[in-house]
Ligand binder design. Structure first.
Ligand code: SF4
Length: 238
């Protein structure tokens, strides 16, 4: 008689799950490494908008909304030749301004903004661009980003971090910020970056965005931040 013997299989205890250590994206040493890599790649960054004074940079920055800096640099020489100061531009008519800035796009609104800015600066600031964030953001066309550009570049004052489309995108790709608006990202960056890096950091990220970290197809194989970057849309992994 065949007897089937039941084999009892002894279950082996499962090995404990391997815990992946949490990434410390905001650890000071990682942030220092990112800042170091940016310094290495962009040691001498400058504002790409041509200007000779705070007034010219203010106007150029207003014109740069939804427009390339190259295009703005093409229209500002003639604009400032015709209307070199806030007092002169305050006298300009909207059709005159529109004709000069037409190629920068949204020219009706931009003409109103720069005419309004000129009039405000003449009427309330003695013809001089003010040097505080609170005053600058009262100027037509000058929101926080424009104010931070002028303060940082012309007056070397770091009252905030310039968050344009490049800074917004790359700060999020590098997990330095998660906010879904420029203002939220700015607040996050202000919390984690040393204040003496606020001005250079923005310029460096703007250059990085233009040259390497493209919105659609980042050139990760040419990026010296790549070992520090965990972005989901990387195109190359070392
Ligand atoms: S590795 Fe790629 S996605 Fe990350 S910062 Fe560099 S270019 Fe941008």
């Amino acid at each position: 008689m065949n007897q089937t013997t039941k084999k009892t299989v002894k279950r082996q205890p499962r090995p404990p799950a391997q815990k992946t250590p949490p990434r410390r994206d905001l650890a000071p040493d990682r942030i220092a490494a990112i800042l170091g890599a940016l310094d290495e790649a962009y040691p001498e960054v400058e504002c790409a908008l041509n200007h000779r004074s705070p007034w010219e940079l203010l106007v150029a920055t207003i014109l740069s909304a939804q427009c390339t800096d190259v295009r703005v640099n093409m229209v500002t020489p003639e604009l400032f030749r015709r209307f070199p100061t806030p007092a002169a531009m305050a006298q300009a008519t909207l059709p005159q301004l529109e004709a000069l800035i037409r190629t920068t796009g949204f020219f009706h609104n931009k003409a109103k903004s720069i005419q309004g800015a000129a009039r405000k600066i003449v009427a309330e600031f003695g013809g001089q661009v003010p040097q505080t964030l609170d005053e600058l953001i009262t100027i037509p066309g000058a929101a926080r980003k424009t104010a931070n550009v002028v303060l940082g570049v012309c007056f070397k004052k770091a009252e905030g971090v310039v968050v344009d489309t490049h800074v917004f995108r790359i700060a999020r790709r590098l997990n330095l910020a998660k906010g879904d608006t420029a203002q939220k990202v700015e607040q996050e960056l202000m919390r984690i970056l040393p204040q003496d890096r606020w001005i250079a950091f923005s310029h460096q990220l703007i250059h990085h965005g233009r040259q390497i970290c493209d919105a659609r197809k980042p050139k990760c194989d040419r990026c010296n931040l790549e070992p520090l970057c965990h972005s989901q849309d990387k195109t190359w992994q070392s």
